[in-house]
Design a protein around this ligand. Structure first.
Ligand SMILES: *Cc1c(COP(=O)(O)O)cnc(C)c1O
Length: 391
């Protein structure tokens, strides 16, 4: 038996090579990757420019510590600020760490506003991570069970329900921030309505609350804009990033603007690895390639092609509740739990995921081609049809 802690119900398969949207396992079988390691491999696998940049940096300097200046980190902060219209960036190594920084910021901000016990409004079905604070912010009782006492200071509301938030504004004087995913990933690929986002921005302005957008999964071009909040033309006060930022190299970021700027001073927060030379070089190169190769436009076009293709093949199926998402963040909701589709897809040479019990989730690399999209639809649609017919 393995000495690994049993934290994952792993599939009995290991990959030894990747090329673009394709992965080869240790037995030599080839799979179409429509998951990208859960929205991580933004540029697909073995992208020559990313490989060269990482190898080059590894041959010069991997890490020097945040006790010193790191030019690549400064450049990456400049690039992210320009792309997002945010002002300042803190670097860490993962999504939960980026959200921890955001949650700490909200508390600092609240205390500065004279609120002794600051609270953050969070959403049902949200996923923000597995550390104690981010787990407490997460809207999934199963994930929280056994880890009580949870971190206090979170108030939960239904997603897309501005009235519920307005009601809390009247009754709870401790609220200082609202935190949400513009497109919920683990929660089943649910998008925040444009009107809800704009109303929420206005409410946050009115109440002087911070609007915190967790774009760990939906950011970095995945939904067809650099950041998902840009569809609504709003600017959050805090944005968190991770998954796709480094194209496969671990890196997270917490971006702030306006009144959320300047809160963290030396001694208030930090990360040993955060934003080191290797990780920031990987992220800078990932951004460069997304721009140069027009991958955001590609996400729009190929994402639409996949949704339309699935719509044509599955539109008449009674068990298909919805085909939704934006860009290359796609969910197919069925009327019943469908976890077994993951292994059936594996047998058909296709990597997908099922989340929230009944939602098939697709997160292909942003480099996904029109041919690969056709191949994905032609492999997946018959599996879903057969699954619905058998059950
Ligand atoms: C994956 C995810 C996280 C957690 O990221 P880790 O890197 O696993 O800590 C947080 N928020 C969202 C929206 C995510 O999808």
């Amino acid at each position: 038996m393995s000495h690994l802690m049993n934290t994952y119900a792993r599939l009995p398969i290991a990959f030894s090579r990747g090329e673009g949207s394709w992965l080869t396992d240790t037995e030599g079988r080839v799979y179409l990757d429509a998951l990208s390691g859960i929205a991580v491999n933004t540029l697909g696998h073995n992208h020559p420019r990313l490989v060269a940049a990482i190898a080059g940096q590894a041959g010069r300097l991997l890490h020097s510590s945040n006790l010193y200046r790191i030019p690549q980190q400064e450049q990456l902060a400049d690039r992210l600020a320009a792309l997002s219209a945010m002002d300042e960036v803190f670097f860490c190594n993962s999504g939960c760490e980026a959200n921890e920084a955001a949650i700490k910021l909200a508390r600092l901000y609240g205390h500065r506003q004279g609120v002794d016990s600051p609270a953050t409004i969070v959403m049902e079905r949200a996923f923000h991570g597995r550390t104690m604070a981010t787990l407490s912010a997460t809207g999934n009782r199963k994930a929280q069970a056994g880890f009580e006492p949870l971190v206090s200071g979170f108030v939960r509301v239904p997603y897309n329900d501005l009235d519920a938030i307005r009601a809390i504004a009247k009754s709870n004087q401790n609220v200082v921030a609202v935190m949400l995913e513009i497109v919920q990933g683990e929660g089943g690929v649910n998008s925040a309505d444009i009107d809800f986002q704009r109303g929420l921005r206005a409410l946050c302005d009115d109440r002087e609350w911070l609007l915190i957008c967790d774009e760990v999964q939906c950011g970095m071009g995945r939904t067809g804009t650099w950041f998902a909040f840009q569809h609504a033309g709003i600017r959050p006060d805090v944005v968190t990033l991770a998954k796709g930022l480094g194209g496969g190299v671990p890196i997270g970021a917490c971006l702030v603007a306006g009144q959320a700027s300047g809160l963290l001073q030396p001694g208030k927060h930090g990360s040993t690895f955060g934003g080191n030379q290797l990780a920031t070089t990987a992220a800078l190169t990932t951004i460069e390639v997304i721009e140069k190769d027009g991958l955001i436009d590609n996400a729009v076009v190929v994402g639409r092609q996949i949704r339309e293709g699935l719509g044509k093949q599955l539109g008449g199926e009674r068990g298909v509740v919805a085909i939704r998402g934006q860009g290359l963040m796609i969910g197919i909701e069925l009327d019943r739990p469908c976890g077994e589709l993951v292994t059936q897809a594996l047998d058909a040479g296709l990597l997908i995921n099922v989340t929230a019990d009944r939602v098939v989730r697709l997160l292909p690399p942003l480099t996904f081609s029109a041919d690969e999209a056709r191949e994905l639809v032609s492999r997946l649609a018959p599996l879903i049809r057969a699954f619905l017919a058998a059950a």
